[in-house]
Design a protein around this ligand. Structure first.
Ligand code: NCD
Length: 360
């Protein structure tokens, strides 16, 4: 299914040249913000935040306000008609009719794509469950570009909840499209990177290794990306308790890192980085959050000007077959076409990337 709008559901739906254009525009806006102060005058951005957010929501809001536009939306679905049982399709249809661009964050995997199927304006995925977070990745790429001066030839450490952390999924998918990046995935075996992300890295010719030891990995890294253990995605409080506090970055561990290693974190931090690390000049997570505002300004501007269509569903509906992932949006919003890519015995859900083996 093709949509007449340019959506950002997954960065990898767009060519790398498009991301690079956003990064260059983000740098340009950062250098000359006054030049862009009226670029979106008269335009309205709708924000549908079905999940808590500080940075993503506020950086989108300030981005639009700094471009001269205005904002509508909710950050507490319980104060909207969602509390009366309105489905995603209807909320999206109505609010996209009021807006020029719609930003959506939702706890259910695939929700942004589902919203784009019915929206009457461009949709930006601001995080869909534990799946993807493309605008955090744009933030990370702009930070790397400005602070390391390159997006290739990097050894990238990813530490923490690699299973449920949507930021690391989008980051790996994006960074594997630039040459000679090597990933060191640092996690417990319970919170290891999903295999579909590792397959994407391999398919792009990227390399990776997996380890449990932060101390062993740190000396090799150009960038350490710390993440929060995603408590809200765990099946039980006990499962979370068993994983929390496994990795804590301390000044002692920072001593093992190269002098030009940088430390990023999408934030919020819980306790995976000791507060005393903040004074280390290599700790760039607060600066990173500010880069996010500039790259979102570039994104909003670009999407409002774009006339490019987006391919949303390219696969097929197979009668009687539904996604085996209970957390997939197609199992919550059952009117959605259950579309899968792939042929033969392996199908992949187009909303959540879950694989399904067909028996013959
Ligand atoms: C992240 C998110 O929401 O996925 N935060 C963010 O957008 N900056 C990371 C997290 O919640 O741990």
């Amino acid at each position: 299914m093709t949509s007449p709008y340019t959506h950002l559901i997954d960065l990898n739906d767009h060519p790398v040249s498009w991301w690079n254009g956003l990064l260059s525009l983000g740098q340009e806006i950062r250098s000359n913000p006054a030049l862009y102060a009226n670029s979106c005058r008269g335009k309205i951005m709708g924000t549908l935040f079905y999940e808590p957010s500080t940075r993503t929501q506020m950086s989108f809001q300030t981005a639009m306000l700094r471009l001269g536009g205005t904002i509508i939306g909710f950050d507490n679905p319980n104060a909207s008609s969602v509390a009366k049982g309105e489905n995603l399709k209807d909320t999206t249809k109505v609010v996209s009719g009021y807006s020029d661009v719609l930003v959506i964050r939702h706890p259910t995997v695939g929700a942004a794509k589902a919203a784009a199927l019915t929206a009457d304006c461009p949709v930006i995925n601001a995080g869909d469950g534990g799946h993807l977070h493309p605008t955090q990745t744009l933030t990370d790429l702009l930070t790397l570009k400005c602070e390391k001066g390159r997006l290739s030839d990097l050894t990238i450490g990813l530490c923490g909840d690699l299973l449920n952390g949507r930021t690391v999924h989008s980051l790996c998918k994006a960074m594997s499209c630039y040459p000679n990046n090597h990933f060191i995935m640092i996690s417990t075996k319970e919170l290891a990177m999903p295999s579909y992300i590792k397959d994407i890295i391999r398919a792009h010719g990227g390399t990776f290794e997996e380890t449990h030891s932060l101390e062993e990995a740190i000396p090799k890294l150009d960038m350490l990306y710390m993440t929060r253990i995603q408590r809200e995605r765990f099946p039980s409080p006990e499962a979370y308790e068993a994983q929390k506090d496994t990795y804590i970055l301390t000044p002692k561990k920072m001593k093992l890192g190269k002098p030009d290693m940088i430390v990023l974190h999408p934030l919020p931090r819980v306790d995976e980085i000791a507060v005393s690390v903040d004074d280390d000049p290599r700790a760039l997570y607060f600066k990173q959050a500010r880069y996010g505002m500039y790259v979102r300004m570039a994104l909003i501007l670009t999407m409002l000007q774009s006339t490019k269509q987006t391919e949303l569903l390219t696969g097929q509906v197979h009668p009687g077959i539904k996604c085996p992932n209970p957390g997939c949006i197609t199992n919550a919003e059952t009117y959605l076409p259950k579309s899968f890519t792939g042929t033969g015995t392996t199908l992949t859900c187009e909303y959540c990337d879950e694989r399904l083996l067909l028996e013959h």
